[in-house]
Design a protein around this ligand. Structure first.
Ligand code: ATP
Ligand code: MG
Length: 424
């Protein structure tokens, strides 16, 4: 019988890949902490209705990407396709939005039943960031400064570009929508099947098309920017001014509409040219209207979500210096060395809590243990053979510098010696 395999589009992250994931996760958490953001932990499954109400019925996600099922009670549940809806649901449910300001983040798997390809999976991980209660364009700008700082910390700033647009208010968007429909109706022969459907359901989404044959007609469509009122315009320009004053480069992309219904005013994407058509690493914007839409009092919200797999693909294109997973590897040969070696490894972990000590538990010849030591990535092997044990010593051998011969030390001097080595 064939072995059972993982579900297509859902990936295992193997031990050789986890150090890069941990490095990225750690760096992101650090940067978020440096702006005073707090973590919130949310369920992976929510009532289907929540996503329909928040993301919008005529979006790619709700129309064709949600993993929805009936549970044993007959309730329709959905594996979360994104985190904004659940985060807002939780904050409303626990009264966190009443006269309060919040800066939150969450991290975890999201699920979308799309055709799997590079950078697009059925299960993928997102860091999500949501802020509530702040109307000022300073918050929109803060999210952009924060992400800009993150790319710099990760060493990928030169590989990503910031694209910005403003979607205005709902009323402004309605005016624009009319102009857009009139325009596309004049070019109806050129519209593809998706766009024809969207013409009545969600015409702004036509601008988001990935079909090259539609490029020209989209390029000449009316611009949303021309339909913005004074307040929306001022909000947008305040963000641009801040970015300019703080030296963050940006591009205005008047075709950027985002796939979700709930955005208003600011929308943005950090994009890269290195991952083909899966080029958006991080995307977000302002969604003031959503809180009311979910039954809360009118309020303000801005946020973004970052796709970890795409970020990882980008990190794989640069040389990241990762922390060693093992610093020293303890080799034991002979009966007497067994307990002495275990005691030594425990002692080292007490003396130097950050030191990563691996002890050989499979035994075998000294040669085979050295091979495993080398493979572990450790910088040094510590050797307890018959001779060392008889003399109360321990052997030290560099695994990275072949010119350094093994030398022996009294057993009780090993911690002092390791502390001189700059291993941590
Ligand atoms: P796309 O246009 O590429 O489908 P989207 O607009 O659907 O993206 P969002 O809902 O804004 O994406 O999600 C935010 C981020 O999450 C994306 O920019 C991307 O990095 C990541 N992401 C979205 N869908 C997937 C997926 N199926 N697999 C991997 N990452 C994804
Ligand atoms: Mg999508």
């Amino acid at each position: 019988m064939a072995n059972i395999q993982a579900i297509r589009g859902m990936h295992d992250v193997l031990p050789e890949q986890t150090p890069l994931w941990q490095y990225a996760e750690h760096t992101i958490r650090d940067v978020l902490a440096s702006y005073g953001y707090s973590e919130i932990r949310l369920p992976i499954v929510e009532k289907t209705e929540l996503f329909k109400r928040s993301i919008g019925e005529v979006t790619d996600i709700v129309e064709k990407e949600m993993d929805t099922f009936d549970d044993r009670n007959g309730d329709s549940l959905t594996l979360r396709p994104e985190g904004t809806a659940g985060c807002l649901r939780a904050c409303l449910e626990h009264g966190l939005l009443h006269n309060q300001v919040h800066r939150l983040w969450y991290y975890g798997p999201m699920y979308r039943h799309e055709r799997p390809q590079k950078g697009r999976y059925r299960q993928f991980f997102q860091f999500g960031v949501e802020t509530y209660g702040m109307a000022s364009p300073d918050v929109d700008a803060e999210l952009l400064l924060l992400t800009d700082r993150l790319w710099k910390r990760l060493g990928i700033r030169s590989k990503v570009r910031l694209q910005l647009n403003s979607l205005g208010t709902i009323a402004e968007r309605l005016l624009y929508r009319e102009a857009l429909v009139t325009y596309f109706q004049q070019h109806i022969a050129v519209l593809d099947e998706d766009s024809l459907r969207r013409l009545t359901s969600n015409p702004l989404r036509i601008l988001d098309t990935k079909n090259p044959a539609m490029k020209d007609i989209v390029a000449n469509a009316p611009e949303l920017m021309d339909y913005l009122g004074e307040e929306s315009r001022a909000h947008f320009h305040a963000i641009l001014d801040t970015l300019q004053a703080l030296g963050v480069a940006y591009e205005i992309n008047s075709r950027l509409v985002r796939g979700l219904d709930y955005y208003s005013k600011t929308v943005f994407e950090w994009v890269t040219d290195e991952l083909g058509s899966q080029g958006t690493i991080c995307a977000g914007g302002r969604y003031d209207g959503l809180i009311e839409q979910l039954g809360g009092k009118a309020n303000h919200a801005v946020g973004f979500a970052m796709g970890m797999e795409r970020l990882l693909l980008l990190l794989e294109t640069i040389d990241v210096k990762l922390e060693a997973s093992v610093h020293v590897y303890v080799i034991r040969v002979g009966e007497q060395a067994q307990t002495i070696g275990l005691r030594l490894a425990e002692q080292l972990r007490s003396d130097m809590p950050s030191l990563k000590v691996q002890i050989d538990c499979a035994g075998g010849s000294i040669k085979s243990q050295f091979k495993k030591a080398d493979k572990s990535g450790a910088a040094y092997a510590l050797i307890l053979g018959d001779d060392e044990v008889a003399r109360g010593e321990i052997g030290v051998k560099s695994l990275r510098d072949a010119t350094q011969a093994q030398h022996n030390l009294p057993l009780n001097e090993i911690t002092t010696f390791l502390k001189t080595l700059n291993l941590l």
